[in-house]
Design a protein around this ligand. Structure first.
Ligand code: NAD
Length: 260
């Protein structure tokens, strides 16, 4: 299927590893030119080289913290125009809400709610003027089924999801711009494996046992792959997905137990 994406420009945030990288790979394979960002220049440049080797669209790498104004300015400046925006950043730490002060909340809201909102503010009206635009917000399955220890994530990402529900249905919807949330369940990335290693260290069990136990909680009996995540992202960006907006797509191997 020709997804109609060749020659578009995408800004893919937090993309040196994991889910962001999966999205960037899938877009580059479709001939999309990408600007990828991450804080660490070394891992970012290595990923950029991998993406260039795919022989698809042009790849530009901008090192910087996307949750800062400077990081966002640099990322936007490197992208001749943003047809596709994939919002992503590291997730907030786990913990107990009794221990979180105002600063902890501000940091989470800044990273996982206000940063994507700032980037949409900088891009969606220009997308609308050109008659095509796609925003994919990487959030979390925790938006649909909150995870107790991830209260900062549950709260900040739900704030973004509520805001986007309104924006996606505003006047930009009639001008070819779609905005959707992509909600990861358990995906095989550094982040998830670090969490599983921490559980292994805490319980004294080995990593393979902990990972196997986690996988058996998922009906698909495995973790998702960044490639599967990227494939859904690229479909949301396609011309074929032009009538799909304001939705939250859960990719979790059947882990969410509800009917819909
Ligand atoms: P990861 O740690 O594997 O990769 C994160 C990427 O983001 C890296 O490239 C890192 O350099 C970059 N990054 C982090 N903070 C950044 C910042 N402030 N500015 C620029 N780049 C930054 O993580 P992942 O598993 O791909 O997770 C991506 C997002 O999805 C996170 O917000 C995470 O909480 C969320 N999530 C992941 C899972 C999962 O199972 N992997 C599940 C639910 C939610």
């Amino acid at each position: 299927m020709d997804l109609g994406l060749k020659g578009k420009w995408a800004l893919v945030c937090a993309a040196s590893k994991g889910l962001g990288k999966g999205c960037a790979q899938a877009l580059v394979r479709e001939g999309v030119h990408v600007v990828i960002t991450a804080r660490g220049a070394e891992a970012l440049e290595a990923t950029a080289a991998e993406l260039r080797a795919l022989g698809g669209g042009e790849v530009r790498a901008v090192a910087g913290d996307i949750t800062t104004a400077e990081g966002r300015t640099a990322a936007l400046a490197a992208c001749p125009r943003v047809d596709i925006l994939v919002n992503n950043a590291g997730g907030p730490p786990p913990g107990d809400f009794r221990d979180w002060d105002r600063d902890a909340w501000i940091k989470a809201v800044d990273a996982n709610m206000l940063t994507p909102i700032e980037l949409m503010k900088a891009t969606v009206d220009k997308m609308a003027e050109r008659g095509y635009g796609r925003v994919v917000n990487i959030t979390s399955g925790a938006v649909k089924a909150p995870i107790d220890v991830l209260g900062l994530s549950n709260g900040a990402r739900s704030g973004l999801t509520g805001f986007v529900a309104g924006l996606a249905r505003s006047s930009i919807a009639g001008k070819g711009v779609t905005i959707n949330g992509l909600l990861p369940g358990a995906f095989d990335t550094d982040r998830l494996n670090m969490t599983l290693k921490a559980v292994a260290a805490r319980t004294g069990k080995d990593f393979a046992t902990i990972r196997g136990e986690r996988e058996r909680t998922i009906p698909a009996l495995r973790l998702g792959t960044p490639e599967e995540f990227g494939a859904m992202c690229v479909f949301l960006c396609s011309v074929q997905a032009g009538y799909l907006t304001g939705q939250n797509i859960l990719l979790d191997g059947g882990a969410y137990p509800g009917t819909f």
